[in-house]
Design a protein around this ligand. Sequence first.
Ligand SMILES: NC(=O)c1ccc[n+]([C@@H]2O[C@H](COP(=O)([O-])OP(=O)(O)OC[C@H]3O[C@@H](n4cnc5c(N)ncnc54)[C@H](OP(=O)(O)O)[C@@H]3O)[C@@H](O)[C@H]2O)c1
Length: 256
Amino acid sequence: MARDQFNLDGKLAVVAGASRGIGQSIALILGEYGAHVVALSRGEDGCAETVELIRRGGGSAEARACHIGRMESIEAFWTWFHRSHGDRLDILVNNAAANPYYGHILDTDVASFEKTVDVNLRGYFFMCVEAGRRMRDHGRGGAIVNVASANALSPGDKQGVYSITKAGIHNMGKALARECGEYGIRVNTLVPGLTRTKFAQALHDDEEFMAKQLPHTPLGRGAVPDEMAGAVLYLCSDAASYTTGSSIVVDGGYLA
Ligand SMILES: NC(=O)c1ccc[n+]([C@@H]2O[C@H](COP(=O)([O-])OP(=O)(O)OC[C@H]3O[C@@H](n4cnc5c(N)ncnc54)[C@H](OP(=O)(O)O)[C@@H]3O)[C@@H](O)[C@H]2O)c1
């Protein structure tokens, strides 16, 4: 009985940033638990591997290109989505983020600032708005999970603008949760700590950063992407039916 609470049979999920890393792990677990997964990344074939892995496990999925830093791409995606799936949508996971600049905050250039804000704030927000409107209009509610970062709660050195946008994502979940609860839409946030992915390669390569980071991480290591997926499954499922406006920190104890 309790196990059924995690069942996503018949649910339709969109996962942004699903071609690799944390987003791929999330897409795989949602597919494994029964959701049909629409896997997004910038490249046409970017999510082909994710779709193949879900199908091989007995699930169903499809890949689609969408650049969430570009409004015209977001609009084109939802137009396609409506043609393909009508008014259905149960789950959105916003996971595709940008961090183009790694360096002293006072050396931040305008182009890096704009790219980070365009993807991490405008992109996340309008993906939520488009999904939220569908969930409101079809009347069955839904679950949205935004992937933030431990940097949202304690800014990372040399990751100033990124940390600022991640703090915005953290509050975005709360703002949406407050106004969307009346439609049965739950909005929550995953707060990952350091995870071994392509995105975090610069951090793993920075010996000074790692020497500071690991002693402050009680579990003494970074995560692997699959260690993020269970919390997102929970937030997307009926097991979290009374959870909204919440943030789940999965960081090996770094923020403790
Ligand atoms: N890794 C960490 O240590 C860590 C820690 C805390 C939080 N996070 C957060 O976790 C999330 C996933 O990070 P990750 O480490 O798994 O990164 P990753 O391995 O680099 O994966 C990023 C994913 O997002 C897609 N993507 C990037 N920009 C996009 C855009 N503008 N539009 C659509 N898709 C885009 C990428 O595919 P394409 O390149 O094919 O577009 C890829 O599928 C991010 O929100 C990140 O901020 C990561």
